[in-house]
Design a protein around this ligand. Structure first.
Ligand SMILES: Nc1ncnc2c1ncn2[C@@H]1O[C@H](COP(=O)(O)OP(=O)(O)O)[C@@H](O)[C@H]1O
Ligand SMILES: [Mg+2]
Length: 245
């Protein structure tokens, strides 16, 4: 594996070490390792069925690994429940980005608000809406009336209102028009810049994801095949190899 990163362990937020995971008896992840520093955006890319969503489920606690470690803030959380992980500051964006369509924008945010730190709801809400001007305009609008892009933004807002330290984003822009994808990706970068949130971004739209990423992991058939900077990944033809070989 290519590794061009120095490893100062003190700023590490998340370390996934040799994780194996199965559905029933079938092993899907065959020893996956990756790391994420504080305030870093890493993208996890790879063809369909590679195990990207499975890895996020393991980190979030929905699926217990059969082997390996998931170290978050110095503690091994492998096997911890999602509930505990949310409390500890992990946010998980599920592919599709669900919102409650019968509730307004503000109500969706309030429902998701969880006072992990001291800030009151209103303060958090204003902070979140600052990132998404499209939502800020009409906070009493029913979420069911929002466009696909606005819904994804609201779903992201529902995570941010908890001020997570780590965001796991599973294809947050799936199915959106290119211009909306760009604005969503820009918002993700802004989230990192404003709150120093670390972000693990699973993406289909590879170039958009790489544009904002500090590092990139390429997962194929349950194994990390390449770890490199986005620039190198784009230059050395790894993408073509992974997706078209
Ligand atoms: N709940 C499940 N039960 C059994 N097999 C699953 C389940 N979820 C995913 N898989 C299988 O695990 C493999 C990896 O899936 P997934 O992690 O969703 O890949 P990706 O997100 O990279 O497209 C696929 O072969 C998929 O069919
Ligand atoms: Mg997936």
């Amino acid at each position: 594996m290519h590794n061009s990163f120095s490893s100062g362990s003190n700023s590490l937020l998340l370390t996934v070490g040799n994780v194996k995971a199965s559905y029933y008896k079938k092993e899907i992840l065959h020893g996956v390792s990756l790391e994420l520093r504080k305030g870093e955006i890493a993208s996890l890319i790879g063809p369909n069925g590679a195990g990207k969503s499975t890895l996020l489920k393991v980190i979030f606690g929905l699926l217990k690994p059969t082997e390996g470690k998931v170290i978050f803030q110095g503690e091994d959380i492998a096997g911890h429940s999602p509930y505990l992980n949310v409390k500890q500051g992990i946010g998980y964006f599920i592919q599709g980005g669900e919102v409650f369509t019968d509730l307004s924008i503000a109500e969706n945010l309030e429902l998701s608000y969880y006072q992990r730190e001291k800030a009151p709801f209103k303060e958090r809400k204003d902070e979140v809406l600052e990132l998404f001007p499209a939502l800020k305009k009409e906070t009493t609008k029913r979420a069911g009336l929002l466009s696909g892009g606005e819904r994804q933004m609201l779903a992201l807002g529902m995570l941010l209102i908890k001020r997570p330290r780590l965001l796991l984003l599973d294809e947050p822009s799936a199915g959106l028009a290119p211009a909306i994808v760009k604005s969503l990706i820009d918002s993700i970068k802004e989230i990192r810049d404003k709150f120093s949130t670390s972000i693990l971004l699973v993406k289909q739209n590879i170039r958009e994801a790489l544009r904002i990423s500090d590092r990139c992991y390429l997962l194929r058939a349950g194994k990390i095949e390449v770890e490199d900077t986005p620039e190198n990944i784009l230059e050395n033809g790894e993408l073509e190899k992974a997706f078209f070989a």
